[in-house]
Design a protein around this ligand. Sequence first.
Ligand SMILES: O=C[C@H](O)COP(=O)(O)O
Length: 247
Amino acid sequence: MNIKAYLDSTYLKTAQQAQLSEKENNKMIENCILEAIKEQFKLVMIRPNKVAMAKKLLAENESKVLIGTVIGFHEGTNTIEEKLAEAEKAIKDGADELDFVVNFEAFKEGEIDLVKVEVLKGTFLALQHHKTVKWIIETAALNGAQIIQLTTLIKNVVVANFKENEFERVFVKSSTGFYKTIDGSPNGATIPAIIAMLENACPLQVKASGGIKNQEEALEMIKLGVKRIGTSSAKAISEGLESEGSY
Ligand SMILES: O=C[C@H](O)COP(=O)(O)O
């Protein structure tokens, strides 16, 4: 098994979050992209305003690494219109995969219709352009029952509105990696959360992300059945090293 084929190597920090200058942060992003090219990871995951830069770098290097980006990152509370506009621009700039943050706060407030509409419209936009779409449910912000409910909601919207041969391009994804839990518990990709997602997402795919820092954890997720791992520790994971996060 080639673990690299499962890895979405991720750099999503803004300059401010990384406490770097804009120039230094751009260098970090460039390094992440060049590393993904060299290591032949499946995909490099960056913010929407960096997609054009990634596209250029990948083309210059004749690389097949895919470009993923995040929509509504990281709180997911933007309006549906804002998310769609952001996604359209990212597609235009060259994104292959769109990881939308579900409005999980609205879901928790019982605004189920709003969530259904954003899943429907976002999935339609992505599939219409033959892109892969992932719905980040932010497991760290949900309890067990909510993880099951939200995964099932996404599955039901997709199954009811799209064709069977499109399901493999729709994922439910665990976490942004940015959500701060009050008790500092592991952020997102816990074994119980991933199992609950896998049991309820089928026939959609599952991407595990948020706090996966070593090969052992990544392999365990793959053994459970996830089809993609989102991580800021891709190189360490592929080399079997421990990491506090390469990025
Ligand atoms: O989408 C992926 C996450 O942002 C990665 O989170 P991480 O830094 O905990 O690996």
